[in-house]
Design a protein around this ligand. Sequence first.
Ligand SMILES: Nc1ncnc2c1ncn2[C@@H]1O[C@H](COP(=O)(O)OP(=O)(O)OP(=O)(O)O)[C@@H](O)[C@H]1O
Length: 250
Amino acid sequence: MSAITLSDLDISYGDTKVVHAINLDIAEGESFALVGESGSGKSTVLRAISGLAPDWEGRISVLGKARSHGVDRQVARHCQMVFQDPYGSLHPRKTVDATLSEPLAVHGLSNRGPRVEAMLAAVGLDRRFRFRFPHQLSGGQRQRVAIARALMLEPKIMLLDEPTSALDVSVQAEILNLLKRLRREQGLTYLLVTHNLPVVSFLCDRLAVMRHGRIVEVASVAQLKAGALVEPYSKELLAASGGHAQTVST
Ligand SMILES: Nc1ncnc2c1ncn2[C@@H]1O[C@H](COP(=O)(O)OP(=O)(O)OP(=O)(O)O)[C@@H](O)[C@H]1O
């Protein structure tokens, strides 16, 4: 089954259309990247899928079901988003425990304490972090908490918006390794936005290159690694990253 299908998707903010006629089909279990210059509409695509950019036309299907406009509980349950900035995305006055318990409470799920502890372990944080506040954590630890929060409802799909770009280089590699392991262990589908082609090579199977709100090329990571992108703009992006897409130091 497809995890995400986008058909003739246009997305606007007010009167301004910023994404034009996107078509994409992402398989369950696949890890797919959106790359392209700043402002090309990558984050907007994730926002429309998750419900944060409700002004869209066309069709968005998640796990075979058409998404409604506005709040869609099926999507909320199965499709979770992780943002670039773990400083901004965690509530400063909530402990890690409160942050991780909240999605369980909203969905009426019990056994919260053991579930929180199990998820902390899954993202590589020991139990002493459970009652800390965000300001008592490092950037990498905060992003682990943000990833744990996204996983609390056992989603099938993760929408990852530049999940490592706000972090120090050494910490980026740890988080990328964590995301790789979690995908393998939990059979997750990833749709990832990044500027960083080595991250795509490390974590993804395929990519779409976006420019001015349109997809200009869809390619496999094998093509990316071989430098075999076809469209002139994709070649420019590859050249801008030093002509290679392979070196994430993990
Ligand atoms: N909330 C908003 N209201 C109005 N316009 C917006 C809003 N968010 C983004 N835009 C505009 O939509 C376009 C696409 O932005 P988007 O953030 O999706 O690009 P992006 O490719 O993810 O860029 P970046 O890599 O810099 O995050 C840009 O022109 C941006 O200015």
